[in-house]
Design a binder for this molecule. Structure first.
Ligand SMILES: Nc1nc2c(c(=O)[nH]1)N=C([C@H](O)[C@H](O)COP(=O)(O)OP(=O)(O)OP(=O)(O)O)CN2
Ligand code: ZN
Length: 140
């Protein structure tokens, strides 16, 4: 089994709906995303011979996904009133509406699924919300 690993990061704002502590308030993190691609065998031909895949393609994909979220306000759909969203947009804030509570767990799965949609074969995504706290998504 071979595995490639790359990482990127994004600085964003969020809050957790229905949270029982300070995280229900608007705050920010520098989320660090560490992504892994697995393969049982290396490619056998052409430019990717003896590679799982080109690091360049891999890192650009993960960076591009992180870039989409960077310096935006991550908002769980339905968690703010439409008027509030309209006001924030009117003020020029960049909003990213997501169909899930913005936990590290869900963000890890989101990256995993977006990578799959880009044609990559991720084995695992780690999402660090702080340097010490990380959620890992690895499908069974
Ligand atoms: N399992 C999870 N638990 C929590 C998540 C999460 O995504 N998954 N997220 C949060 C909040 O986003 C919160 O911002 C994290 O707060 P905290 O752990 O307190 O982190 P701090 O950086 O504020 O750490 P301090 O030690 O208080 O400085 C909560 N839980
Ligand atoms: Zn938080």
């Amino acid at each position: 089994m071979y595995e490639l690993k790359t990482e990127s990061a994004f600085d964003s704002a969020h809050f957790l709906t229905d949270y029982y502590g300070k995280c229900e308030n608007l705050h920010g993190h520098r989320w660090r995303v560490v992504a892994y691609i697995g393969a049982d065998a290396l490619q056998t031909e052409s430019t990717m011979k003896d590679m799982v895949m080109d690091f360049g393609v891999f890192k650009r994909c993960v960076r591009a996904l992180a870039e989409e979220l960077d310096h935006t306000f991550l908002i769980e759909e339905g968690s703010l009133a439409p008027q509030t969203l309209a006001c924030l947009e009117q003020e020029g804030f960049s909003l990213t509406l997501l169909p899930f509570r913005t936990t590290a767990e869900n963000l890890a799965r989101y990256f995993f699924e977006r990578m799959e949609a880009e044609g990559l074969r991720p084995s695992c995504v780690e999402m660090y919300e702080t340097p010490n706290n990380c959620a890992i998504y690895r499908p069974a």
